[in-house]
Write a protein that binds this ligand. Structure first.
Ligand code: NAD
Ligand code: IPM
Ligand code: MN
Length: 368
């Protein structure tokens, strides 16, 4: 049987730095666990713009459609901020999500015991936390028409449109209910049905899917602004949260901080099943290209490493190896290995991105 295929798109800023550490881990699984991937690498974001004049070349898009999974670092940076909107680095990522139809974005927020003291919240609020945000990723205000900057009278007007069809809401709701059944069996759906018609439809459709297909799962509804507050007040009340594209973007950054650092949060973006029965998939950290620390060896590679663990679980049916990798990360943190973003007290010394990767590989070795 052919090796499973993986397309790596390191992107911009700290993207290539954190991805270099994931390459070490991919090599480790090849050498020590007989899990050899056909790995290809290509450009996305500003890196692609510099070479091709577009943030994602058609050939790269085609490759992404063919492989078993895509692994992406991060895109964007100040160098590209003034570019025309149509060729901004972020458009490359949005094109991948849209054309691969990756409608279900899983953003777990788990608190590692070793970091329970580190969060900006009190320890008992976040110790043992394990929640999953399911963010709709291919529609909503990110893609709705009309959009643009127009002139009205003698001033400009910026327009974006929040638009959801029933089927778009239903499919992401199903994915949240399926996940909940394998976890704590609870879904909280977040929208603003009090002010938005799309929110009313969202609430109705999620309830209908629940009543017809998942009556065994506990479902609640919450306005997204209250949801943001509840995430900080008592996050352990949640198991799975399902929400739209924009609310999901904001709520997942908020949830990231519960775990201590944005540098810890992985994600999986999943679409419909391919011929092999596995979902079309892209894995990426939740964080961006972090221009403020890029090129300094300061980036925490754990979010990207844990994204690869999600790939092992969701694309390659290697749940045990995913657990092994997550445990290796847990061990490294328990041993006190910290990148700068996880520093607690003055006087502690941080390891570099590369040293963190090496420590995870050493913990993997110790797991054999
Ligand atoms: P960001 O996530 O890049 O950074 C926010 C803060 O978190 C910064 O202080 C940064 O240093 C820190 N941080 C992020 N990741 C870290 C890591 N792995 N280790 C240590 N610290 C980390 O968000 P931003 O500054 O708002 O955006 C910068 C650029 O990244 C923008 O161009 C934005 O569009 C882009 N972006 C891309 C993605 C993506 O590729 N998926 C996601 C978010 C933002
Ligand atoms: C994310 C990012 C992206 C988003 C940007 C870079 C397009 O913030 O993945 O969270 O807004 O979805
Ligand atoms: Mn974001």
């Amino acid at each position: 049987m052919a090796n499973p295929s993986l397309l790596i798109l390191p992107g911009d800023g700290i993207g290539p730095e954190v991805m270099a550490e994931v390459r070490k881990i991919i090599d480790w699984f090849g050498a020590k666990r007989g899990l050899v991937f056909d790995v290809s690498e290509d450009l996305v974001g500003g890196a692609a713009y510099d070479v091709h004049g577009v943030p994602l070349a058609d050939a790269t898009m085609a490759k992404a459609q063919e492989v078993d999974a895509v692994l992406l670092g991060a895109v964007g940076g100040p160098k590209y901020d003034k570019l025309d909107f149509s060729v901004k680095p972020e458009r490359g990522l949005l094109r991948l999500r849209k054309e691969m139809d990756l409608y279900s974005n899983l953003r777990p927020a788990q608190c590692f015991d070793a970091l329970a003291d580190f969060s900006s919240l009190k320890k008992d609020i976040i110790a043992g936390l394990d929640i999953m945000i399911v963010r709709e990723l291919t529609s909503g205000v990110y893609f709705g028409e009309p959009r643009g900057i127009f002139t009205e009278g003698n001033e400009r007007v910026g327009i974006n449109t929040q638009r959801y069809t029933e089927s778009e809401i239903a499919r992401v709701a199903r994915s949240a209910f399926e996940l909940a059944r394998r976890r704590g069996n609870k879904v909280c759906s977040m929208e603003k049905a009090n002010v938005m018609e799309s929110g009313i439809l969202w609430r109705d459709v999620v309830q209908e899917v629940h009543d017809k297909e998942y009556p065994d799962v506990e479902l609640s509804h919450m306005y997204a602004d209250n949801g943001a507050m509840q995430l900080v007040r008592w996050p352990k009340q949640f198991d799975v949260i399902v929400t739209d594209n924009l609310f999901g973007d904001v709520l997942s950054d908020c949830a990231a901080m519960l775990t201590g650092s944005l540098g810890m949060l992985p994600s999986a973006s999943l679409g419909a099943p391919m011929a092999n029965g596995r979902p079309k998939a892209l894995y990426e950290p939740v964080h961006g290209s972090a221009p403020d620390i890029a090129g300094q060896g300061k980036a925490n590679p754990i979010a990207c490493v844990l994204s690869f663990a999600m790939a092992l679980r969701y694309s390659f049916d290697r749940g045990e190896d995913a657990d092994r990798l997550e445990k290796a990360v847990e061990k490294v943190l328990a041993d006190g290995v910290r990148t700068a973003d996880l520093m607690q007290n003055a006087g502690e010394t941080a390891v570099t991105t590369s040293q963190m990767g090496d420590a995870i590989v050493a913990a993997l070795d110790a797991s054999l």
